[in-house]
Design a binder for this molecule. Structure first.
Ligand code: ADP
Ligand code: TRP
Length: 330
């Protein structure tokens, strides 16, 4: 196809993706699959850079794929696969690790943060080389576009550097990809701590909206979201982070603009804002959960989809790795 290629991945490190993952990343993936030749994958190799329970990891990997499909990733349009099903990712990583400077890898800020929190003895070397595995994920498929969150910008820079380094040492091989940090994507904040981003590792579970949670649970969390005392519904991320977050969530779920919403709430209180936001969420998650359950109840079909995705991925990654091995001297 003459379409440009897009590639991205999302880790299988929770039972459910959360609303931030969807509105900040996955919604863009779904939009991009129509105009791009899309490769989306579940990076299970990345997940074991920190401790994982094997059965839980296996479940979350399949459940992650089911959520992507339920959200709208169409396996007929997009190549959807699991990273560990395509051995070229690990193989290319070794070659790229030997082209990465120790000092260069030591400058990755995400590693510095995480390893500082865990302590050196509990930090794996895999966590240290994680960005090189990510570079391999990307470079194997020659994508022009890699949609990621702001926190992945430095990893994308390393990927570009490694592509250029390999190309200049061994001859033109990799496409130097662009980070695509979508402007239209909504940044979703923690409901209890609206100045911090919603994250699976957030300090209070009540701050998170999981896509697969019961509507009642999520409605309760929205209704107890932290707001402020001035009682005015207005969008101001600095002065009114809690109210602004609810407006952003509702806008992204309904397709209405924030201005439209604000205009509609003239004279209304936070109760109305919260009820409407919870309703919009329920309208979105109820059919999502039904599609997810259906997919998870037919494991054989889900596994077939992922096997077909891995086959399509290998059709691209295998010749590329062969070329790399040949040029490297293997
Ligand atoms: P978490 O922060 O929960 O661990 P990840 O780091 O695995 O989530 O992020 C997966 C994807 O979801 C990334 O593309 C990231 O940018 C996006 N994302 C995560 N949290 C948010 C958020 N609160 N708002 C918008 N996008 C988010
Ligand atoms: N590191 C990414 C994250 O935590 C996930 C990821 C792994 C990825 N490999 C990738 C994203 C390749 C884009 C491209 O969000």
């Amino acid at each position: 196809s003459d379409k440009q290629r897009v590639l991205s991945g999302i880790q299988p490190t929770a039972d459910s993706y959360h609303l931030g993952n969807y509105l900040g990343a996955l919604k863009q993936w779904i939009e991009l699959q129509d105009s791009y030749d899309a490769f989306y994958f579940i990076p299970d190799l990345h997940a074991i850079t920190v401790d994982q329970n094997p059965e839980e990891l296996r479940h979350r990997t399949v459940a992650g794929a089911a959520q992507l499909i339920a959200l709208g990733i169409d396996p007929a349009k997009s190549t959807l696969f699991v990273q560990s099903h395509v051995p070229q990712h690990a193989e290319l990583t070794w070659v790229l690790q030997c082209l990465t400077g120790f000092g260069e890898a030591s400058r990755m800020t995400q590693f510095k943060d995480k390893s500082q929190k865990q302590g050196a003895e509990r930090t794996s070397v895999g966590l240290f080389t994680y960005p090189v595995l990510m570079a391999a994920d990307i470079l194997l498929y020659k994508p022009q576009l890699v949609p990621v969150g702001e926190d992945q910008r430095q990893h994308l820079e390393l990927t570009r550097t490694l592509a250029e380094r390999f190309n200049s040492r061994y001859g033109e091989t990799f496409v130097v990809p662009e980070a695509f940090i979508p402007e239209g994507s909504a940044k979703i904040q923690d409901l209890q701590e609206p100045t911090a981003k919603m994250s699976k590792s957030g300090s209070n579970p009540k701050g998170i909206i999981n896509l697969l949670d019961e509507p009642k649970t999520s409605a309760k969390r929205i209704k107890s979201a932290v707001t402020d005392n001035d009682g005015v519904i207005a969008y101001d991320r600095e002065a009114k982070p809690g109210v602004s977050n609810l407006l952003a969530i509702q806008a992204a779920l309904t397709g209405k603009t924030i201005d439209e919403l604000v205009a509609g709430y003239e004279g209304a209180g936070y109760g109305a804002l919260k009820t409407d936001t919870a309703d919009a969420l329920e309208a979105f998650t109820t059919p999502l959960k039904a599609r997810y359950d259906e997919l998870m109840n037919d494991r054989a079909q889900l596994e077939d989809i992922l096997a077909a995705g891995a086959e399509r991925a290998r059709a691209v990654s295998e010749p590329l790795l062969d070329d790399v091995y040949e040029k490297t001297g293997f």
